[in-house]
Design a protein around this ligand. Sequence first.
Ligand code: IPE
Ligand code: IPE
Ligand code: MG
Length: 249
Amino acid sequence: MVENKFRNMEETVKVPVHVSIIMDGNGRWAQQRGHERVYGHSHGVESVRACVEAAVETGVRYLSLFAFSEENWGRPESEVDTLMSLMFKAIADEIEALKKQGVRFRVLGNMERLSPKLRESIHKAEERTAPEPGKEPVLDLIVFLSYSGKWDILQAARKLAVKYASDPSGLENVDAAEFGDLLVTAGVPDPDLVIRTSGEQRISNYLLWQAAYSELLFVDTLWPDFGKDEFRAAVSEYSKRNRRYGKVK
Ligand code: IPE
Ligand code: IPE
Ligand code: MG
């Protein structure tokens, strides 16, 4: 956690290093306006843009977004197809702007389930925004796609089994740090703040391991209405929290 000053605010606040958002409520937002659910998904892209800008402005170093869960594959095929097309289009439309802002873009999740075309566009976008040697990105933008917390823990457990197959006695010394390095988030600090929009108060199989000590914030705002002001308000709320990690403070 770093002491930082909002660029456009007088207030000095504790800024979270890593903010993670469960972007929920697109369907309801569209239905409230008499539209199909997918109308909400396309408007959700604007909230992503706003949050990236707000994260850079407030000095947040990692912004991660839950865009599509393993369970979301169970939605009607037409909605899944639209969500995947939107992801493809958003990458094509936004990648140069992200590069210009010094943002590193990455996608984490079960890539095997994505179409080869989408995988290829993700791969190219990741290469395009990879920082030059010795340079730190202004912001790491991580999109969780085809992701679930249980899936992540299972794939890490499988890697662990392979790693120690020839010497199972080594398993006794495996600690949380070693296990964490096998998760898809290896090298990414655990989220300090996890925000969920739309009023639902659940984790929905998101970062089960990594959010062990995250501050949780549930807001009623539907994702397409979540903009810069809402992002700043969330950071401000975080700065008032007292993190104890089981100790006495
Ligand atoms: C979040 O909005 C986007 C995804 C989960 C892909 P929803 O599509 O879940 O919208 P609601 O929750 O039904 O309103
Ligand atoms: C969680 O939202 C997943 C994402 C935001 C990507 P859902 O809308 O899928 O979650 P539930 O079904 O309400 O728990
Ligand atoms: Mg939802």
